[in-house]
Each structure stands twice: as C-alpha cells, then as structure tokens.
Design a binder for this molecule. Structure first.
Ligand code: MRU
Length: 346
C-alpha cells in the first residue's frame, strides 16, 4: 500500500490511484482537467464518499488553475459549468455536493482578480483534503474506544484509506484500535457487485498486517449466528435525519446484527451528514445492470436477463448503535445533537 495520500495536488495536476485496477495493479491517474476527474468519479476509479468530495473540489481547482479568464466573472462562469458536470457524476454521497458547493461559495466570496479567486479555490480544495485526514484520525481515536482486545469486527464495502484522503473512516477505527495494540480480527464482506471489500478492504488490511478474512455477502447471517463476529463498523455515503445511506447490503447486515445483539457502528465525518433531509429525499444511484449479469465482462446470467443494481441502501436509525464522527460518538436517538452538527456543517 502506497504511503502517499490517496489523492494529491501537484502543480496543476491531480494524482490519484486508479481503484478499478486494484489489487492486481497499482496505477496512477494524472488529471489536468475537471472533466477527467468527473469521468474518474463516474467510472469509480475514484470512489468512496469522502474522497469523491475532495476529488470534486480538486476538479474545480483544476478548472481554476488552468483557466485563461482574467476577470472573476468569467472564471465564475467556468467554475459553475464544472460544478454542474461534477454534480451529475454520482447522486448519493452527499460529500460530493457539499464539497462542490463549499468550493464555489469560497470563489464567490473571494474578491479581486481571476488569479486571486483561482488561488482561493485551490487553497480551499487543499484545506478540504487536510481536514479529511484530520477528521479520519479523530474518528479513529473515538471509535477505537468501542473496540476491545479480542474483538472480531465485520466491515462492508471499503471505508478505508482508499475511500478517503488517508486513514479511512470505518477502517480508521480498526486501524486505530490495532495501533493501540488491541489484538483484533476483521471479517470483510466481498461487496457484490463491484467487490470493494474483496479488492480494496482486504488489500488495505492485509498490507497493514491486520488479520482479515474474506466472506461473501451472503455469509453474514451464518458468521453472526456462529458468534464469529462481535462488532460491525461501516462507513456512510449520507446520514439523513432518520437513516444511514451506505453501500448496498448494509441494511441486511444491520438487521442481522440487531437480530444477534451485535453492535452496529457507523463511522463518518461531518461532511457526510445531511440532516435537513430524510430518507425519502435520498436518490439511490442505479448502476448498469451488467455489473450484476456479468462478472468482469464475462456474462454469468442468460442473455437478455433483467437485473436490479441499486448501489446503496437505507438503514433506519433504529438499527444503528452509534455514529462515530470526528467530534464525538453520537447516539442516533439524540437527534438534537445531530441537528446541531448539521448546522455546524453549513
Ligand atoms: O460505490 P462506492 O464504492 O463509492 O461506495 C462506497 C461506500 O458505500 C462506502 O461505504 C462509503 O462511501 C463510506 S467511505 C469512507
């Protein structure tokens, strides 16, 4: 696993690891245009809620850096066009919308020449990247208190370094507990159909030397019934007033955890909170059904087979034991605290 951040800005180029190639190949994308960032997000070369937010901010930074505009008004027009393109990439993770709006707002509030505005946009994107790393470290610190020596923690999808600028949210909790010397084990679900668990989480944990065992998504009930797991920690794409939106399969894991009396924790930065909305407002991304009918371009279902492919699902708060964010460990029943955080974010 590379020591560099998952995404970096270097002299007008955004560098990131191509996540679709892992774990077999470590290849880097070097992007100079916002449209390339948008395509990389859409194709899931960059994926995971916090990193797509930061990537979008860097996309706007590319627009600003390479713009020929002399006047602020002209640059604002270009930034707004880029913002529209970025917002059409993936609909579910709120971090993307939050990051785009925050960056455009920063540009709007900056007075002076186009050059001054461009600098403000680049600085804002860098700030967001730094904040993400700090938030994840804090999430790790708070969350590690919930993990005990000897625990086996189940996680779903990839909420690790690759899904963030560094360290990870759910995997940040696991990493922090491990760094504190707690002897823990992890069970990672493979996460059909895009295999973020098998390809990315297993890769990250294995590289760090943290004991990890892979299961298919359908084995969760079995491993819980056999008491092979005693805690669940997952990330989130959007936390609304009444629910947690995360990778498809999360809801089933939460219900199974509830049934078996296993704590179900959600680790996410405040940039993932969207507390002015509820679950009925959430757009769940529907991806190409071929991701289900095919495995790596090889058809596995009959020709012309219909398939569903929602990328996320919605877990009602009643299944969530606690939400671990950078400021605190929150009880989901304390919606007032969450509301306050919502205000804090905006
Ligand atoms: O479709 P993906 O791979 O972007 O989905 C990612 C997830 O669902 C993660 O669990 C979530 O973004 C949290 S990442 C810290």
């Amino acid at each position: 696993m590379t020591r560099m951040r998952t995404i970096e800005w270097k002299d007008g180029t955004v560098i990131t690891i191509d996540q679709t190639k892992l774990p077999n190949e470590t290849s880097f994308l070097k992007m100079k245009k916002c449209s390339q960032v948008a395509t990389a997000i859409k194709d899931m070369k960059i994926r995971g809620a916090p990193i797509i937010g930061v990537a979008a901010a860097y996309g706007l930074a590319l627009t600003a850096h390479h713009s020929k505009a002399r006047e602020k008004r002209e640059l604002m027009r270009e930034l707004k066009q880029s913002a529209e393109i970025l917002k059409k990439t993936r609909p579910t993770a709120v971090n993307l919308f939050w990051a785009v709006d925050r960056t455009v707002k920063k540009a709007q509030e900056t007075s002076g020449s186009a050059k001054a505005v461009a600098k403000a946009v680049i600085d804002e994107a860098q700030r967001m990247a730094d904040e993400d790393v700090q938030a994840n470290r804090k999430i790790g610190g708070h969350g590690a208190k919930l993990i005990e020596d000897g625990d086996t923690v189940l996680t779903h999808c990839n909420a690790g370094k690759l899904a963030t600028v560094d360290y990870g949210t759910a995997l940040g909790v696991i990493r922090a507990a491990w760094e504190q010397g707690k002897q823990i084990k992890v069970i990672a679900t493979e996460t059909r159909p895009k295999l973020q668990g098998a390809r990315l989480t297993a890769y990250e944990l294995k590289s760090d030397g943290i004991p990890v065992t892979l299961i298919t998504d359908s084995m969760v009930g079995y491993v819980m019934s056999k008491r092979m797991v005693n805690k669940v920690v997952v990330g989130a794409d959007r936390i609304v007033r009444d629910a947690v939106v995360n990778k498809i399969g999360t809801f089933s894991i939460a219900v199974l955890a509830h049934e078996h009396g296993i704590p179900f924790y959600v680790a996410a930065p405040i940039s993932t909170f969207d507390l002015t909305r509820s679950s009925k407002d959430v757009v769940v991304e529907e991806r190409n059904p071929e991701e289900v009918t095919h495995f790596r371009s090889q058809r596995t279902a009959p020709i012309g087979m219909k398939a569903l492919n929602p990328a996320f699902d919605i877990t009602p708060m009643k299944y969530v034991s606690a939400i671990i964010c950078e400021t605190n460990v929150l009880s989901p029943t304390k919606l007032k605290d969450l509301q306050r955080l919502g205000e804090f974010k905006s």
